[in-house]
Ligand binder design. Structure first.
Ligand code: CTP
Length: 446
């Protein structure tokens, strides 16, 4: 599991509390592993869910798979038992003395439904309890994460839209499906979100059951991620070590919290999070142009990309050659625009909340936080997330720590070392508090 300690079976504020009279039989105290229920709906995407079960078991969870009867037509119980190492039951009439239809939900720290079919969303939204999985959903007070997969027409049908709205209003995290090739020859929204994304959000909910409220619904959020590459010649560039993971984690969490997210992505080899619009860029000037266009009138802008401060004055049209006796060529550099400072300047188009990131090291003259405070003032943004990058932290790794500094003097928010989604959720929470009550931003540019 992630470095943060999972909070077992917390009652979520937006879900009914467990009645005082119910005693939950617990697994032995010697088993501290978080308990994840993976509910599998009857859709072709069920075959991908084996990877999700694996991901949770490998990260240290005990996984109970609860397939619907229809799901067993796609993947059999033997596969689920082998992958989870736990017995599998789909109906309420096996192991009756164990009262599975109650115990499975009571014992869960997290319930993940994948694929959440249109039928399963409908049954969950109307509170049906006609099989083990829907009974579990009614009983559990753990966070519930649903990853839909169905045809585009089913996803966009008013009945499904209403069911998703109902579930979200009850505190269930219903992801948007990914966009791409569907079962037939057609393409559109309806693919199961990537298993890695479902696993990351599930792990986040195990760390903090309240980490994904739907508090950015209706907000337009523009995030930059990755690292710019400044061309030197047709095959070489000046680049940096940013993998884009922090920016992608922000996009994943912001979208799961309901935001309409545009991700301006510079040279990142990661799958786009579900429901997020990706705009690919290469160098700093392309990044500036895309950010300026998309950030106009947005609610939130986050500059998580590592932007090269300098670029070669000239990018050669032909490859730079070694020439005998001439030594290495001199590379003349020119300064790139400061994109964050530009987006932070007061203007009618300025986003309501502008967030920067700063990877800092300390030295004899100051701590990383001292340098962060200077940078916050210099850039003119509202919030600055300071990461320490000494001791190999932050770049090309899955975990991060940070301190969120605010220009208006609000107390800093410290986020301990943990998954990048945890830092992303902390940033989203600070941003959502600032936006509360404010009118929504303008529509995105066409
Ligand atoms: N940034 C930017 N445009 C640049 C350089 C940086 O928008 N040309 C943004 C980054 O996306 C980040 C923030 O500014 O959100 C801080 O980046 P950093 O590289 O730490 O700042 P610099 O201004 O380059 O300062 P330093 O001299 O410390 O490198």
């Amino acid at each position: 599991m992630p470095a943060c300690s999972p909070t077992p079976r917390a009652n979520r504020p937006d879900q009914p509390a467990r009645p005082e009279s119910v005693t939950v039989p617990s697994t032995p105290a010697s088993d501290p592993r978080p308990r994840v229920v993976v509910g599998v709906g009857g859709g072709i995407a069920a075959y991908k869910v084996g990877g999700l079960v694996r991901a949770f078991t490998e990260s240290g969870a005990t996984v109970t798979v609860v397939p619907t009867a229809a799901a067993l037509n796609f993947v059999g119980a033997a596969t689920w038992e082998a992958l989870s190492g736990q017995p599998v039951a789909a109906d309420v009439f096996t192991d009756i003395p164990q009262v599975k239809h109650v115990l499975t939900g009571q014992r869960a720290d997290l319930v993940v439904i994948a694929p959440a079919t249109a039928d399963l969303l409908a049954r969950a939204a109307t509170g049906q309890a006609d099989d083990l999985l829907t009974s579990t959903l009614l009983v559990t007070r753990a966070p519930v994460l649903m990853a839909p997969a169905m045809h585009t027409e089913m996803w966009s049908h008013p009945a499904t839209v209403a069911n998703v709205g109902t579930l979200r209003s009850r505190g269930v995290t219903v992801l948007d499906p990914a966009v791409g090739r569907l079962t037939g020859a057609d393409t559109g929204p309806g693919r199961l979100p990537e298993v890695d994304h479902i696993h990351s959000l599930g792990s986040l909910l195990l760390c903090d059951p309240g980490a994904i409220p739907h508090d950015l619904a209706g907000r337009r959020v523009v995030i930059s991620a990755g690292g710019t590459r400044e061309p030197l010649d047709p095959v070489r560039f000046l680049g940096n070590r940013s993998s884009g993971r922090q920016g992608y984690a922000l996009a994943l969490v912001a979208a799961a919290r309901g935001a309409q997210v545009t991700l301006v992505s510079a040279n990142v080899a990661l799958e786009p999070p579900p429901g997020v619009t990706v705009v690919e860029v290469g160098d700093a000037r392309e990044l500036e142009s895309a950010m300026t266009t998309h950030a106009a009138g947005a609610d939130v802008v986050v500059m998580a990309a590592a932007v090269a401060d300098f670029r070669p004055v000239r990018a050669g049209e032909t490859k730079i050659k070694k020439r005998a006796g001439q030594g290495p060529p001199a590379v003349e550099l020119v300064e790139n625009p400061d994109i964050l400072a530009g987006l932070s300047r007061p203007s009618p188009d300025r986003a309501r909340v502008v967030v920067g990131f700063a990877a800092e090291t300390g030295d004899g003259d100051g701590t990383p936080l001292d340098y962060g405070r200077d940078k916050l003032a210099r850039k003119g943004c509202d919030l600055l997330v300071v990461n320490r990058v000494d001791e190999g932290r932050a770049f090309e790794v899955a975990d991060n720590a940070g301190v969120i500094l605010a220009a208006d003097g609000s107390p800093p928010v410290e986020v301990p070392f943990g998954p990048k989604t945890v830092l992303a959720a902390a940033v989203c929470a600070v941003v959502a508090r600032r936006l509360a009550g404010a009118a929504p931003g303008r529509e995105p540019p066409k």
